[in-house]
Structures are given as structure tokens and as C-alpha cells.
Write a protein that binds this ligand. Sequence first.
Ligand code: COA
Ligand code: AMP
Length: 631
Amino acid sequence: MSKNYKKIYENSIKNPEEFWQEISNDVFWFKKPSQILKKNNPPFYKWFTDGVTNTCYNALDVHIDEGRGDKIALIYDSPITGNKKKYSYNELREKVSKFAGALKNQSINKGDRVIIYMPMIPEAVIAMLACGRIGAVHSVVFGGFASNELSSRIDDSKAKLLVTASCGFEPGRTVEYKPLVDKALELSSHKIEKVIFFQRPGNEVKLNTPRDIDWDEALSNAQNTDCVEMNSNDYAYILYTSGTTGIPKGIVRDIGGHIVALKWTMKNIYNIDTCDVWWSASDIGWIVGHSYIVYAPLFKGCTTVLFEGKPVGTPDAGAFWKIISDYKVKSLFTAPTAFRAIKKEDPDGKFFSKYDLSSFESLFLAGERADPDTIKWAEKLLKVPVIDHWWQTETSWAISSNCTGIEMQETKYGSACRAVPGYDVKVLKSDSSVAKPNEMGDIVVKLPLPPGTFPTLWNADERYKKTYMSNYEGYYQTYDAGHIDDDGYIWIMSRTDDIINVAGHRLSTGAIEEVLSEHQSVAECAVLGIADKLKGQLPIGLVVLKAGVTKDNETISKECIQMVRDKIGPVAAFKVAIVIKRLPKTRSGKILRGTIRKIADKEEYKMPATIDDPAILDEIKEDLKNNNILK
Ligand code: COA
Ligand code: AMP
């Protein structure tokens, strides 16, 4: 095993407090913490408890104080609209501090929640950082979610204010936020007092005064506002993620640990220094966007790229190479699906050869399993290391990765490399014993989790304990299954709950089932994620109708698809709902989703011993064939 990595990793596990204390000296504190880890109330561990700091100060002001105010902090490039803009640290702080003043004018104070529902524009980043500046807790909602999802987040967070834009742009379609926001506010039982709208030039919308406020008007009487002192364990943000039921889980991030861990990762995992340009092609609505478009690169003081576009179609499969070449990007982080999309459109890399990528040193992939074919294709094309690393919304930074800033490690295709310092990863069997090398089991992390991970769920300590910390005492259950090989490489094979990954987006099949069950003709249903060459997985729905329904199957199927789009959003990519006669079940009535998925994916399956009626599986096969799922 590589020496540097081994030494640092082992030290992080044996002496976590000393390890993180030393790293914490690299961030700005109004008051340095004297207690590094409070561990008297497991599983609720608290890092840097008596430290006092501020997220925005560490992202912006500290670099200006150190004389780097003219350095470019943010590059915005939008091939969809043709707009481009660069912001120095000075310029970005000016904008953020003014918007912080605008939030103050709307009575937003320490601890108040602000929902941000915006496209990939600089104002979204400005709003996030402005919240941090005044100690408000932001909750960014991905723009591809529909009103229902937005309203459930409003209700759970009890936000005081919502910041949005007049619209977003998807290839071939304008996403009108105003009707989505209006409907979400109508649906929510918690009442949001004010909505700030950023009017995108040429796409302005009529506002409902006095509830709605134009972004420019909100700024017109705002004062520049300084960073407030925040306790290390106050929350920086809530990010909702899919749970095993339709009710999303509010992952919270505490301020001190978040700054310490994320800043450290930029050099140690990604080998990025202050002088570098870094690009994460994700969306600010996801954890990758929070951590690696906004926070980590700004904590580090490097340049980050905000890209409003797609890997293909904006305008072509050379979009990524153009950004790398134009801004001399050193490393890119994206989801494997983006590379599958480029590979599909331009398998021979014709677009690639048009650009100068001499600045480019590494590609990082995460969010879903990176298939070896795609990694090898990217390596051959780019001639740089392609690194698969594994992490989750819950952790906010990688659990396993090739830590390129510590020491380059060998690539094993299909594995997300070794545990990152700070994470004591184990594979446990159902009897809680530790699996042998190469033996499959539940992947868990020994408590305490390192700084920057989730200390609890928003207003749901019990759910946190029950969902994540109870099945294996003393461990965090990741809900990923896999194995660790003889060299300590971690192999993530599948989820153990109902989560599926569609184009790197995390979705709950249970949540989609909840929507389908609301259709008045549907008696019962099952949603499963089947393998897809481009998006990794795609959800399909199987619905059984109530007795006496006379509507034709095609209409019901279309209605089901539309319901999922309306209630969850286009991001669910739910395009197949098949009406079937019966669902295969165990004798105790459990739907055999795993077996249906294996049939759909043409995997081998054993006839479940407890199946109620084996003939149903043949019916399902026919249904899948008739609908072109099984070819
Ligand atoms: N706002 C509104 N709608 C959005 C959206 C947003 N921010 N992001 C996606 N959508 C919509 C899309 O327009 C699409 O709608 P449609 O059904 O009307 O076509 C739907 O949600 C599904 O989107 P997506 O899964 O992204 O599929 P796609 O076919 O538009 O694009 C890829 C396919 C591979 C190009 C795209 O998924 C991609 O760029 N992936 C990169 C992965 C990524 O960023 N992952 C984030 C985690 S790291
Ligand atoms: P999210 O919280 O949206 O980031 O999704 C986290 C989930 O995505 C993990 O629990 C995994 O199931 C999956 N995932 C993320 N990265 C990887 C990876 N490198 N390999 C396999 N699965 C991954």
C-alpha cells in the first residue's frame, strides 16, 4: 500500500482529534475551538463545539484579507444563453454582502431558513453565500423538482423566504419557475412571507406584489453587510435528499466541520491549489454542487466554474472540452452519465481534437457506479487519470477515493479506491460480524464520522438514529452494499434500500410509488430501477388496476407518467408505466421487486421459495416484452 497515504490514513483513524485539530488550523476562526470532538452523546457527535467562525468569511473575506481579492473566484459560462461572466473575490464579496443586506431588510436573521430554487446562475451562488454571511440556513431545491417537492421542503424547513428566478433554460424548453413557485406556496401549510425573484433578462415575469420582490428592487435599499459570528455547530444548510419513503430527509451541515473538511479535500483528494481553476459540472441543487461548485473551491481560494449547460446538445459534444480549454481548467468533477452521453454522441472524440486541453490533469467521477468501459474510454481520450470516487449527500465529501494530493494510487476498474482519511470503512454481514476481504455485505463507517458529515437530520434526531445508526451499533449505515478487497479497495455494488440513481440523480422508487398509488384507477403498483446505458438506471412503473376500471390502459399509463412529472418533477425521468394484471408477491404479500428487476435486466434469478404464484413471473416477462423493456 502506498506509504504516504497509509501513514496519513492510519493516523486519521487512530488519532482523529489530533488529526482534525491540526487541519482546523488552516481555516479562519473568530474563536478557535478548544474542544475538538464532543462524544458524550453517541451517535450525536459534535466537532469543534466551542469554535466560532463563518462560512462566507472562509469562502470570500479571508482571501481578500490575504491579498488575493483580485483573483477570479467564479467563472459563469452559459452555453444555453450565450452569457459569460467572471467575478473576482472582491466583486463576489461586494455582491454577496449587498444581497446579505437585502435579506436582512426582509428580516432574515441567524438561524432563519431560506429556500433557494434557482437555475445555474451566479445569483444562486450569491444567495447561498449571503445566507452564510448573516447566519441564515439555506435549503437549495433542485430546479428539476416540481411544486410538490418544493412545498414539502417549505413545510419541513419552515422557511421564511424563498429566492428564485423568473426561469431556467433546459435544451429546447424554458422552465417557468413562477407558476411552480405559486403552486408550491399554495400547497404548503407553512406560509412563506416573501419571495425574491431574479428576473432573467428578456424573460421577466409579472410579480404578485407585495409578496414578490424583484431582486434588483430588494438590492436597491440594501446595505453592505458583514459576516456574523457563528457557532461551529450552528447549521450552514439543509439539503433534502430522497429517503425510503416519500418524505425527504433534511441532511444538515454544521458550519465549523464543513469548512475544515471541505478545504482539506481540495488539496488532499483533488490536488487543487489556490492558483488552480477547478470545475464541477453538476448542479447547485445537489450535494456535488453544494460542496464542489460553491464551498470547497471557495474555501480553498481557487477559481470555480459555474456551467449552465449540458455535456451534449449545448451546442454539441465538445461543450466540456471548450470550457476546459477556455478557462485552463486543471480538474473536472462530474457524473459518469455525462461521459456516457459524450461517448454516445462522439465515440471517436472528434470534438475533443478541436481543443487545447494542455491544462487538464485529472477527471473525477462520482454519483453513481462508474462502469469500466466509460472510464477506459475517457482515459484513452483524455490521457489523464480518471478517478472514480464514492460519496453521499449525507457525508458531503468523498468516503473513498484515490487521494491524488496525498499519493496517486493504482486504478482498479470498478472500484472507488480506498477509504479517504477520516473514514473507517467496514463491510458487515447481517449478523454484524465483519466480512472477510472480498466478501459482500453492508458497507458501514465506524462512528464518529469525520467533520463535515451530517450530525443529524433537520428536526429529526430519532429518524437519524433509527435510519442510519441503529442497524449496526456504533456504525453509520451507508445503505450501499459491496466488498473490500485484499488491498483495501472498496467496491460499491448496489443500494440496499429503494434508492435508484438516474443520471447521477438520487431518487426513491418508494416516492414514485406513492404518486402512482394516488391515481384513482390504480389498486397497487411497483416501481423499479432498470439498467440504462446512458443514465445508469431508469425507473419503470408496473400498475395493477382496481376492479371495474373501464378507462383504456394507454390513457392510464399516460396519466401516471404525467402525475410523476407534475408531483416529483421532470428529473424523475419517469417515462414508462405498464398496466399489468397482477404483481408477483411472496405468500406474506411482499412485492418481489428484486426479482422483477432481474427479469427486466436479463440477470439470472432464482425462483423465490416464498412466491405466491410462480406463473405471474411469466406474465410479467410477456408484459415487459410487449413494452420493449425486455428485448
Ligand atoms: N431544471 C429543470 N428541469 C431539469 C433540470 C433543471 N435544473 N435538470 C434536468 N431537468 C429535466 C430535463 O430537462 C429533462 O426533462 P425532459 O423530460 O423534459 O427532457 C429531465 O429533467 C431529465 O433530465 P436529465 O436526467 O438530466 O436528462 P437529460 O436527457 O436532459 O440529459 C444527461 C441527460 C446525461 C446529458 C444529463 O443527465 C447530464 O448532464 N447529467 C450530468 C449528471 C449530473 O450533473 N449529475 C448531478 C450529480 S453529480
Ligand atoms: P447522492 O447522495 O445523491 O450523492 O447519492 C449517493 C449514492 O450514489 C451512494 O449511496 C451510492 O449508491 C451512489 N454513488 C455515489 N458515488 C458512487 C460511486 N463512485 N460508485 C458507486 N455508487 C456511487
